[in-house]
Design a protein around this ligand. Structure first.
Ligand code: DGY
Length: 442
């Protein structure tokens, strides 16, 4: 379906455009997601972008991840934003976070995608130099994953909780609606939103949500960003299917890297993390809705509806056969109802909104993870459909931050690094998802 009158770009032109976007967002050692809306280094954006760089500049790809790891906190956390220099077009900036780091950062983390991104880099080349770089990144990743397991799963439940909707990366997902009710946003210091100067308000979180986001930042700051205290006292502590599944997939990637690098001493630790998460993921299963969903660890209530994060169960290689069948039938039901898959929220939900950020739009890099998981489980029709949708959206609407799941129109920021990176890693190679990943029978 053509979304604009212009002739669709050829593959070569798309590859070229994707590289130019990443080069244009490169600030020297790190890449911004997009120029004005997100003018700093964001954690999961940056790791995904490294995979894009790997398609044309492996050295620069490693640098992207190394810069991210260089800002690791003493407790192991890798923060969600690194404020390399002050840029007035973004709020909340370094003074609002008040983390006191030598290079200012935000005070919480973001989904730990970096391990499987680093694995992609390592797979491309086993030269002594790359093995050495991979080894240093591996050590930092071990400390970061340990931080997730220790501080975001203090009860050893096998699921990791987020302390702020921004930590999930899925800011306004309805997964957080109930838990956010417990956060008082009525007394926050006066502030001015800058995101609405760059993007239509209909595509962004509401003011009420924003007040609560800022209240949580103020709360973290009042605790000196002490991860242990935040785990026990934060009013918002929600087990996230996105972070839990991504961490499990990332632990599996970490184990494969450990095998390649012969990091023998680390293997039993990773094995234990994986075993605990495999059991723990069952806590995210809501029998009534027959889906994986968020679990508010303060109220024990589940989130409502099926998110695209729930479909990451395939990527994490977890769930019983019956649960996987149920998730597959959710996938089919949902795909029938929208113009393009995979919407970030269930179109049958009353809070679904086709163009509002994480309440409906399609995100290319999420599709990449969902599609890889489906493919690995042999659900080839669905995996190909996810990839066809992703390609069509990018080809016809450009490298947008996300896409309206009904019309396919571009939404959010433009010239977006991780959409370009997703294209370069998986669109430009001429085969879906990953070189060699498609069974030869196809
Ligand atoms: C924002 O500012 O919208 C970001 O998503 C926070 O990470």
């Amino acid at each position: 379906m053509a979304l604009q009158d212009t002739t669709p770009l050829s593959e070569d032109a798309l590859n070229h455009a994707a590289q130019s976007i990443i080069a244009g967002n490169d600030r020297g050692g790190y890449t911004v997601p997009t120029a004005s809306l997100y003018p700093y280094q964001w954690n999961w954006d940056s790791a995904i972008v490294a995979m894009g760089f790997a398609a044309f500049d492996l050295d620069r790809a490693w640098t992207e991840i190394e810069t991210l790891m260089a800002h690791q906190w003493p407790d192991g956390m890798i923060p969600h934003i690194i404020f390399h220099q002050e840029v007035p077009s973004y709020f909340p900036g370094p003074s609002v976070w008040g983390t006191g780091r030598p290079v200012p950062t935000s005070g919480h983390s973001q989904p730990p995608v970096a391990a499987f991104c680093a694995e992609e880099l390592l797979k491309r080349n086993h030269s002594p130099e790359n093995l050495e770089r991979a080894s240093r990144v591996f050590d930092a990743l071990m400390r970061w994953h340990r931080w997730w397991h220790d501080y975001r799963d203090p009860g050893g439940l096998g699921v990791v909780a987020i302390t702020h909707p921004w930590e999930s990366g899925r800011d306004n997902s309805s997964d957080w609606d109930d838990a956010l009710e417990a956060v008082d946003g009525s007394n926050v210091e006066p502030y001015e939103r800058r995101d609405l100067q760059h993007v239509d308000a209909a595509m962004r979180p509401t003011h009420e949500e924003y007040n609560r986001y800022i209240a949580l930042v103020e709360f973290g700051r009042s605790l000196g960003w002490n991860a242990r205290d935040i785990g026990t006292r934060n009013p918002f502590f929600v087990a996230d299917p996105g972070c839990t599944f991504i961490l499990l997939a990332a632990d599996r990637a970490l184990m494969r890297i450990a095998q390649t690098l012969k990091k023998i001493d680390d293997m039993p630790i990773i094995e234990e993390w994986i075993a605990r998460a495999e059991a723990g993921c069952q806590r995210l299963w809501d029998k009534d809705q027959q889906t994986f969903t968020a679990l508010d660890l303060r109220s024990s209530r589940h989130g409502q509806g099926v998110s695209n994060a729930a479909l990451l169960c395939f990527f994490a290689e977890t769930g019983t056969p019956a649960q996987k069948r149920a998730m597959l039938s959710h996938y089919d039901r949902i795909r029938e109802k929208t113009g393009f898959g995979v919407p970030s929220h269930d179109p049958d939900s009353p809070v679904f909104d086709a163009k509002r950020y994480w309440r409906g739009p399609v995100w290319a890099f999420m599709n990449m993870m969902i599609g890889r998981g489906l493919l690995a489980h042999g659900h080839i029709r669905e995996a190909m459909q996810v990839w066809d949708d992703t390609r069509t959206l990018i080809r016809d609407a450009g490298f947008a931050e996300y896409f309206d799941c009904n019309t396919g129109n571009p939404a959010g920021g433009v010239a977006f690094s991780w959409t370009a990176a997703t294209w370069l890693q998986y669109g430009a190679v001429g085969a879906p998802w990953a070189p060699g990943a498609v069974p030869t029978s196809l």
